[in-house]
Design a protein around this ligand. Structure first.
Ligand code: CP
Length: 313
């Protein structure tokens, strides 16, 4: 297990993993471990954030992140409000700044925001006095996903440092990939990224990762693979010949796992899964998969984030 962090949390916002130190990441993970224990109790609720009000402002679809933040806030006894962009005054032309300032005028403490534009939560944090948490901004960052991913790795394998972690799929359009690379490299993992050349950002190796376009290379010696969905909604042109071709080259299935992977490989996926594309049914649900553990851990990790940010003025 990584050394426990001995430090005080000082950041008001959580906008990305890039700006966190390894000590700050470990502090969140340690705090999440304490909250995970609370979630196993018959009454999984504590009064820690009683009197605080947290707004979920989601301008892109979400199942896991939105419900996980909402549950995390409720488990800490905070009041929560959800604003879905499609049913809000965004559709009447209200700007993000006006929306946020109006919400803030109702005396709230924190805004959790997902937005299609990279940097939108950073902009919001300059417009309001409330704390802002980035719940995914375009293809830029998804910090709480990376935190729950490294939490799950640490829980399953006892450490992150020195592990071989391969991130496989659409790296170019993935905020999960970017946040995971920051978190994993800061914690000392050896990170490989694998996917078609057209789905690989230029100069990604400058982030301290090994790049391969060969799935055998990505699986060989990997302790963990984090498999990503092809984000067709973010692609402006066709970037590979066909889904069939993609499945053949990069899809993870039992045959590839038996041929190339370690017996104790851990398979992760942030969801939503395109079953039969990046992961076969048996790979998604098989003995290697910790995908639903990731979702469970997401609540504890988000409780830790809300708790730590709420203490900073
Ligand atoms: N992993 C993740 O961000 O899932 P949602 O889009 O459902 O929130």
């Amino acid at each position: 297990m990584e050394k426990q962090a001995i430090m005080k949390w000082t950041k008001k916002h959580l906008l990305g993993i890039e700006e966190l130190s390894s000590e700050e990441i470990v502090l969140i993970l340690d705090q999440a471990e304490e909250f995970k224990e609370i979630l196993t109790r018959p009454i999984p609720k504590v009064p820690t954030l009683r009197g605080k009000t947290i707004v979920n402002l989601f301008c892109e679809p979400s199942t896991r992140t939105r419900s996980s933040f909402e549950l995390a806030a409720k488990r800490l006894s905070a009041d929560t409000v959800s604003v879905a962009a499609a049913a809000s005054s965004f559709v009447k032309g209200e700007t993000l700044k006006d929306t946020a300032r109006n919400i803030e005028a109702m005396k709230i403490d924190m805004i959790i925001m997902r937005h299609a534009c990279p940097g939108a939560p950073h902009f919001l944090s300059k417009c309001v006095k409330a704390s802002v948490v980035n719940a995914g901004d375009g293809a830029h960052e998804h910090p709480t996903q990376a935190l729950l991913d490294v939490f799950t790795i640490r829980e399953k394998l006892g450490k992150v440092k020195g592990l071989n972690v391969s991130i496989i799929g659409d790296i170019a359009h993935s905020r999960v990939a970017r946040s995971n690379i920051w978190a994993l490299t800061k914690l000392g993992a050896n990170v490989t990224v694998c996917g078609p050349k057209t789905l690989m950002p230029l100069e990604i190796e400058k982030m301290g990762v090994r790049v391969t376009h060969d799935i055998k290379e990505a699986l060989k010696g990997a302790d963990v693979i984090n498999v990503l969905r092809i984000q067709l909604e973010r692609q402006k042109e066709t970037l590979f010949p066909s889904i069939r071709e993609y499945i053949k080259c990069f899809g993870i299935n039992r045959e590839k796992l038996e041929k190339y992977a370690k017996k104790d490989l851990v398979i992760m996926h942030p969801g939503p899964i395109n079953r039969g594309v990046e992961l076969s049914q048996d790979a998604a649900d098989g003995e290697h998969s910790v995908i639903l553990h990731q979702v469970t851990n997401g609540v504890a990790v988000r409780m830790a984030v809300l708790y730590l940010l709420s203490a900073v003025r």
